[in-house]
Design a protein around this ligand. Structure first.
Ligand code: HEM
Length: 404
């Protein structure tokens, strides 16, 4: 009986989805225009088996683009993906038609895991605008001048740590980027096993494992989120619940820490203390702070690691960069922000590293507000409650000759 109920629970959503999708296709695309080109798909799994490495899908998309062009249509477990494989198409759609292409897909696992507060996942609209405005006020170029001492101190500590224990480069980089905790919350982390840092780390790892196409069936078939927990295949619910506890803590604990410090009159200046002083809404402060912290740590540590790797692989570049630093500082002091304008080679080097080793090879997925036609192809509109097209810019391919 249990298996029968489970089978019904699994099969019924498929039948329902197929029927709904047939009716919808006819309504949304009456002219019957074709979808953009892509490799042939198998039923249900789509192109899943054609993707060589799910964790590095951009490599396969780059291969397919040679045959199918720079606007590529792919399906993985019912998740429909439009991959933009050239700068021209990315600019045409994401930039020139940005009114229509700035929405974000509502990935079921993101919501189930409590990550939906992240500004990078908010739907385009009034709430997104409110968060972006608050974010801009807190983090614009002028506002960031207040935090330069934090950045400088942590970078100098990084240099000292590398000198003392060079073999633990990765751990040192990790510690350095956690200076964002100080910047956002005025919080000085513990050197080891810091509670806030470990919460953010675990929640971010869980998100990374559940977000990419093909990572979780429920992302392709949102209706699965209504499966009861006892149902075989519903293990993702338990996983999501564990993460939800972490994301709640990620938003609440550091925020409460700042509130307490402010009540005691000992809070250092931080992004959150400033927003509290400006009476920003609590929900907005928590989201902006949590997003800033979570978005900054992973990206910055990857970029910094790539920089170190580039310096090792290309010693001649390292020599030129060092020569420039020595020329400007006289070899007797560490450089600081005031030297930046004179460090032309250094500036170009770190920018080149960002191009050479992209931190976000497929960017952050976009979604269309209305269906669209491009070069005679039909691009369906995105609707959060349905399985519709998610758009990825293949930054990896657009910025060529990088490391894989
Ligand atoms: C090397 C460092 C970084 C890289 C490569 C990077 C890359 C990106 C990319 C590709 C996007 C998607 C843009 C789009 O969809 O159009 C994005 C969005 C975003 N990033 Fe970063 N990022 C970095 C650092 C940061 C930092 C330090 C913060 C926080 C202070 C941050 C906060 C955000 C936010 C909030 C969004 C979403 C914006 C929105 O949807 O309105 N990022 N980032």
């Amino acid at each position: 009986m249990l298996y029968f109920r489970a089978a019904i629970a699994i099969i019924a959503p498929f039948i329902l989805l197929t029927l709904k999708s047939l009716i919808r296709k006819r309504r949304e695309n009456p002219a019957g225009l074709p979808l953009p080109p892509g490799p042939p798909r198998l039923p249900i799994v789509g192109n899943l088996f054609g993707v060589k490495d799910l964790g590095r899908q951009w490599l396969t998309y780059a291969d397919w683009s040679k045959k199918y062009g720079d606007l590529l249509y792919v399906e993985i477990f019912g998740q429909k993906l439009l991959v933009l494989n050239s700068e021209k198409v990315a600019e045409e759609l994401l930039d020139k038609r940005s009114q229509n292409y700035s929405d974000r897909p509502q990935v079921p696992m993101v919501t189930l895991m409590g990550w939906e507060f992240n500004v990078g996942f908010l739907q385009y609209g009034p709430s997104w605008r409110k968060h972006r405005k608050a974010m801009h006020q807190a983090l614009n170029l002028q506002a960031m001048l207040n935090y330069r001492h934090i950045q400088l101190n942590s970078v100098r500590q990084l240099v000292r740590n590398i000198l003392q224990v060079p073999d633990e480069m990765e751990a040192h980089i990790r510690t350095q980027v956690l200076c964002h905790l100080t910047l956002v919350y005025g919080y000085k982390m513990e050197p080891r096993n810091d509670l806030f840092a470990s919460i953010a780390d675990r929640a971010s790892d869980m998100l990374a494992n559940s977000f990419f196409p093909g990572a979780a069936l429920v992302n392709a078939f949102p209706v699965f989120q209504y499966l009861p927990e006892w149902c075989p295949g519903a293990g993702f619910k338990k996983y999501a619940q564990q993460c939800r506890k972490l994301t709640r803590k990620l938003r609440d604990l550091p925020y409460e820490y700042v509130q307490k410090q402010m009540a005691e009159g000992i809070a250092p200046h931080s992004v959150v203390s400033e927003m509290l002083e400006h009476n920003e809404e609590e929900v907005v402060i928590k989201s902006v702070a949590g997003t800033t912290y979570a978005a900054a740590v992973e990206t910055s540590s990857s970029a910094l690691s790539a920089f170190m790797m580039a310096m090792i692989i290309f010693p001649s570049v390292q020599e030129k960069a060092q020569a420039e630093i020595d020329r400007i500082t006289g070899g007797s002091r560490l450089p600081d922000f005031s030297d930046r304008d004179d460090m032309v080679y250094m500036e170009a080097t770190y920018r080149e590293v960002l191009r050479w080793s992209q931190v976000t090879p497929l960017g952050v997925p976009h979604f269309t507000t209305n269906s669209d036609i491009y070069n005679g192809y039909f691009i369906p509109k995105g609707e959060p409650s349905r399985v519709t097209t998610t758009i990825y810019a293949n930054i990896k391919l657009i910025l060529p000759f990088g490391q894989t």
